[in-house]
Design a binder for this molecule. Structure first.
Ligand code: DC
Length: 218
C-alpha cells in the first residue's frame, strides 16, 4: 500500500503569522518545514550581492537556477530591501519554475512536510492533504510588523508599515503568475483576534481532523 505524502500547505499574506504558525505546527508534528518566501528572498539577495538589478528577468532566472539553497543566511534575508527584491523576482514565471521542483521534492519528504508561502495550496502542492489560508486584517498585520521592527531598533511609523503591507498585498495578489489567493479547498484562519497559542490550537484542530493517524507522528 502506498501512503500519500502528508503535506500541509500554509498560505497567506505578509505578516499574517503563517510562518510562526507553520514552524510551531512542524515542530509539534515532527514534520519538515520550508519557508518558501526565503527562497525568493535568497534570489533577491544573491542578485543584489552580485550587483545585478532584480528587474532583469534573464539574470533573475539564472540566479534562481544556481541558487545554493543550503547556504541561505537567514538574518540577511529579512531587510526591507530584500523584501522588495523578493517581491520583484517572485512575479517572474521563470524564477518560480526554477524553484518549483525543489519545493515539491521537499514537500514529499517523509513523514511529512509543512510549506508556507503564497501558492503552496494552489500551485506547488495542489494535492496537499491539509491547506490552511492564514490571514489577518491589514491593520493587525501592520501593527505586528511595526512592533517587530521597533523591537529591532528600526526607525519606522505604523502608518508607513501599513502602507507597505497594503502595497505588498496588492503586488502579491494581482500578479499574473501564481497570485496570492486561497485554494478552493483551503481552511481559512483569520488570526486578527487570536493569540499565537489560539491560532496554533485552531490550526491543529483542522489538521487532526484530516491527517490519518500515524504511529510515527507525535
Ligand atoms: O513570505 P515572505 O514575505 O518571506 O515572501 C517574500 C516574497 O516572496 C513576497 O513578495 C511573496 C513572495 N512569495 C511568493 O510569491 N510565493 C511564495 N510561495 C512565497 C513567497
Amino acid at each position: 500500500m502506498t501512503t500519500d505524502p502528508q503535506i500541509i500547505a500554509v498560505d497567506g499574506p505578509a505578516a499574517s503569522g503563517k510562518g510562526t504558525l507553520a514552524r510551531a505546527l512542524a515542530a509539534h508534528l515532527g514534520f519538515h518545514y520550508l519557508d518558501t518566501g526565503a527562497l525568493y528572498r535568497a534570489v533577491g539577495l544573491a542578485m543584489l550581492d552580485a550587483g545585478l538589478d532584480p528587474h532583469h528577468e534573464a539574470n533573475a532566472v539564472k540566479t534562481a537556477e544556481i541558487l545554493d539553497i543550503d547556504g541561505i543566511d537567514d538574518a540577511r534575508l529579512r531587510t526591507d530591501q530584500i523584501s522588495e527584491a523578493a517581491s520583484i523576482v517572485a512575479a517572474m514565471p521563470g524564477v518560480r519554475a526554477a524553484i518549483l521542483d525543489f519545493q515539491r521534492s521537499f514537500a514529499n519528504k517523509p513523514p511529512g512536510a509543512i510549506l508556507d508561502g503564497r501558492d503552496i495550496g494552489t500551485v506547488v502542492c495542489p494535492a496537499a492533504l491539509v491547506k490552511l489560508y492564514v490571514s489577518a486584517s491589514p491593520q493587525t498585520r501592520a501593527n505586528r510588523r511595526f512592533l517587530e521592527l521597533k523591537a529591532r531598533g528600526e526607525d519606522v511609523t505604523e502608518a508607513g508599515v501599513l502602507a507597505d503591507v497594503v502595497a505588498r498585498d496588492a503586488r502579491d495578489a494581482n500578479r499574473a503568475h501564481s497570485p496570492l489567493k486561497p485554494a478552493e479547498d483551503a481552511h481559512l484562519l483569520d488570526t486578527s483576534n487570536l493569540s499565537i497559542e489560539a491560532a496554533f490550537r485552531a490550526a491543529l484542530d483542522v489538521i487532526e481532523q484530516i491527517l490519518p493517524p500515524d504511529a510515527d507522528r507525535r
